[in-house]
Design a protein around this ligand. Structure first.
Ligand code: PLP
Length: 402
């Protein structure tokens, strides 16, 4: 048997699974094993002087009001930050509160932003409808076209926004290359990293300044609670993001933070199993004559397969299929599914099928849908934790009904 590790042998940074289970824990005087749920909006002070002091400047383990911070929420922030390799994080009520908070807290009238066009519908709404109302100029580019980024990013560009893997067409963006262009003009790179997942992506190492997650997806991973998080340098999180969010009210509830903390403990196992099944399903379905396309970053046929292989360990937990025969055929496929449920979350233990053109991306005009590859036959499949054989049989039954 080997003896205990000597100090010189201790790893500088613990492995991701260890961090996901232990990082950020704050034990109360009871010494509880599992993270405590501090379901309290406020905190009492020993004296008026202490209250005054805490409002002036709350220390590391001092809290004032749950809209500003809460011990359970703080545990979640520290754990996900440790996992991502970020200096700090701010947890939000939802993924959209995180996207909105990251952008609104740092931008002002007159600023210029460059964004990829293939975005989750609500992200597009913030960039296209909200920011522009406050005098921010936004240029949209095809995220897979490096020349387009080069042409759009200019001196004075304040921020670059992108989804590292686009929803639902699964285009993969060459983050290091875009980040280098942004760095050249001093722009902040904000990455919505939901599809890449905290398990497979190394966005901060690859040039992102700020990483945003919808915790609703893989972090919870069991379809229970909404949440989000903004990760970045301590300076950005505490001096730019925190003042904006603590006064505008996008805070995560302590209960949801507790759900997300427990979700983080099993995320690595879940996401790896889901991605393995997604890869197997994509391979099994590719070439089926009833499908015009099978889109999955882990398939060699994916247009950015090489970029995906370079940037991420695996292709993720989501694949998209384009059912030949358009919307009617896609609906027949969806309605024949039994194990896979029709819904619109992703990253869940339960496999979920979505028809983006009529649901998540319904708002887009037809020409924009076409430009983004959101065809009438496109179905997004979020692969869950069921037996792979049952999922394949279910998808084959769906195809038989087409
Ligand atoms: C779901 C999602 C969001 C929004 O997250 P919510 O938690 O639903 O607010 C943002 N970006 C991407 C890429 C998403 O998939």
């Amino acid at each position: 048997m080997e003896g205990p590790m000597k100090d010189s042998e201790t790893p500088k940074r613990q492995g991701a699974r260890t961090r996901a289970v232990h990082a950020g824990i704050r034990r109360s005087g009871y010494g509880e094993v599992s993270e405590a749920l501090f379901l309290t909006q406020g905190f009492v002070y020993d004296s008026a002087e202490q209250a005054e002091q805490r409002f002036l400047k709350a220390g590391d383990d001092e809290f004032v009001y749950a809209r500003y911070g809460n011990p359970t929420v703080r545990m979640f922030e520290e754990r996900i930050a440790a996992l991502e390799g970020a200096e700090d994080g701010f947890a939000t009520a939802s993924g959209m509160a995180a996207v909105n908070g990251a952008l609104m807290s740092m931008l002002k009238a007159g600023d210029h932003v460059v964004s990829s066009r293939a975005l989750f519908g609500s992200c597009l709404y913030i960039l296209e409808e909200v920011l522009t109302r406050f005098g921010v100029e936004v240029s949209f580019v095809d995220g897979t076209d490096l020349g387009a980024w080069r042409a759009a990013i200019r001196p004075g560009t304040r921020a670059v926004f992108l989804e590292s893997i686009a929803n639902p067409t699964l285009e993969v963006i060459d983050l290091p290359a875009v980040a280098e262009l942004a760095r050249g003009v001093g722009a902040t790179v904000i990455v919505d990293n939901v599809f890449a997942t905290p398990v497979f992506s190394r966005a901060l190492e690859q040039g992102a300044d700020v990483v945003v997650y919808s915790a609703t997806k893989h972090i919870d991973g069991q379809g229970r609670a909404l949440g989000g998080v903004i990760l970045g340098t301590r300076d950005f999180v505490r001096k730019t993001v925190e003042p904006y969010l603590k006064h505008t009210g996008g805070a995560m509830s302590p209960f949801n933070a507790w759900v997300m903390l427990k979700g983080l403990e099993t995320m690595d196992l879940r996401v790896r199993a889901q991605a393995e099944t997604a890869q197997a399903l994509a391979e099994a379905l590719e070439g089926d004559p009833r499908l015009a396309r099978v889109l999955y970053p882990g398939l060699p046929s994916h247009p950015q397969h090489a970029v995906a292989a370079r940037l991420m360990e695996r292709g993720g937990t989501v694949l998209s299929v384009d059912v030949a025969g358009g919307q009617a055929a896609a609906f027949r496929f969806l309605n024949a599914l039994d194990v896979v449920t029709i819904s619109n979350n992703l990253g869940d233990a339960k496999s979920i099928a979505t028809h983006p053109a009529t649901t998540t991306h319904q708002r887009l005009p037809d020409d924009q849908k076409a430009a983004l590859g959101i065809t009438p036959g496109l179905v997004r499949l979020s692969v869950g934790l069921e037996d792979p054989a049952d999922l394949l049989a279910d998808l084959r039954a769906g195809l038989a009904a087409v």
